[in-house]
Design a binder for this molecule. Sequence first.
Ligand code: ADP
Ligand code: MG
Length: 631
Amino acid sequence: MFQRTHILWALLAVGALALPFAVPIPYYLHLAIIVGIYAIVLLGMDLLVGYTGQVSLGHAAFFGIGAYAGGLLMTKLGVPFGVALLAAAVVAAVFGALLAAAALRVSGPYLAMVTLAFGTIVQILINEMDWLTMGPIGLAVDKPRLFGEKLGTTQYYYVVLGFVALVLVCTNRWATSHFGRAFEALRDSPIATECMGISVARYKAIAFALSAALAGLAGSLYAVSEEYISPNTYTFELSLLFLLGVIFGGRKSRAGSLLGATVIVMLPTLLDSTVLFRWLAACATAGALYFCVRSVRSDGLVALRSVLPPLLITAGLLVFSFQVQNLNEHRLSIFGLLILLAVFYLPDGLMGMFRTVGGRPMAAPALASTAAPVGATPKVLSILDITMRFGGLTALNAVSLEVQPGSIHGLIGPNGSGKSTMMNVLTGVYTPNAGSVTLAGRQIQGGRPHGIASQGIARTFQNVQLFWEMTALQNVKVGLHHDFGTNLLALALGARASRVRESQADAQAMALLALVGLADEAGTDARDLPYGKQRLLEIARALALKPSILLLDEPAAGLTGPDVAALVQVLRKVKDFGVAMVLIEHHMDMVMALCDVVTVLDFGQKISEGNAQQVRDDPRVVSAYLGTAAA
Ligand code: ADP
Ligand code: MG
């Protein structure tokens, strides 16, 4: 079945193939080659910036590393073109993984600083290591030969076009696979990603290495295209330009990367000519004015607050374009301003303007079976003398309890008594100061969250932690991550098995959504769901891990009466699948209705334990918790 987007891609492909015939001017073909090379960089960078949300201000360094690795291999060692390209990608990927390792501890502005420093160091090294790189003089590289003849611009255009097509297909397959989902998940909630059994460190490193590899590949293609490599190409300005391309074109979009590459190649050309720049500024101002008038017409003067700033900025640029003599001096400021404009007013980039309102239409996959989607292996969870201190505060003081297979174990107590802390200890988010946690006879305390999750402990969070930009179905599929065995290479080759698994996973995820009553919301983004449904989605996602034990941290908080009743039904069904649960809850009627055993905490101490009835009648519990609740 062909959709409109397929037709557009086909037209683009035909246009790209026909370009050398339509425009047989070497200058324009050369520009098209650069667009293609930058597109390869941006497609890779989008995996890192768009999907994992990690900002890199050092990608020009990977581009440079690839250029020098490929160039040196070809000129000094006579390595064939194709092999040199592959080697350049591998060398850049190694640097990418190293940078990821260095950058793992930091995020946000600190990560930007680390990548910036990396870019600067690489540029300095290229300059200083003259014995290898010829320093500032640079290095001449020859175009590869075919039957003894050097490739011409047109032939090289087709070589680059081939690589663009290849990278386009590969990045698209990766981005839509379980790798892409893991990348997006760790962007939206690293802690939930870990608790879904996915190592955040590992997938950050994979994203860094992939994007570095593609930048390296592009770098060596660039070296050959220019037939010359020199250190002052791989500057901070180029890194900024790449970032601008990703954001301006549109995150998480292959078409956005192509569009972004076109914009950033044309932009410096535009800045070379004051006349062209004036035209551009005039068009932008006209566009902003149009949006301004349209919004004021429909929403009145209040709309001005949001649409006036871009109008003022573009009008300012227009005035500025008539004042300025030499635009080149202001390149960096103009790039900076464009990034600001894009971040504030085009959060989804240029592609975002073309996307139809309401997002992608999602065909809900047919429900394959309502049979038990959860195949839990019964396991005993034993907690022995767990102590957890934060500075001088003892949040848990030698607490012991045992969760029997298939039972629902209540954990109640006043606010601040240590219930959530216990969940965090059980899932490896905190390492306890003393005591042990044993799952089916194996000690798990001190392990990483993703390792513990893989052993069968799943959880929900007191403050909902969903993958906000992903649909409900995709959220659940993140939990099915380990059911996919396919690696990056197999995905790139379009292994049929991986496609079969996607549809199996769709069916399983749909069954889980149906279990919690969210089948109709499969295609809705998590951030657009009402609060009650977000909580249910967290449960469906946790069940996708096929856990033996499910930890629920105040699942009914903020739910209305009917929603609470629905939740009780859901938890009963989950229990029927043999999943044991630890339930933290303030709704006493829910605790009474569901729990086989209840443990009561107060100031980090266990003050009572027994069946729901016994605990409710315990005078210590009444005075510490229930009495105050009743009051
Ligand atoms: P509950 O879930 O029972 O309401 P918590 O387990 O969240 O209680 O908190 C128990 C105590 O531990 C509180 O006093 C809280 O302030 C403290 N606490 C929890 N997490 C941290 C932390 N990461 N750092 C410092 N103190 C913490
Ligand atoms: Mg809590």
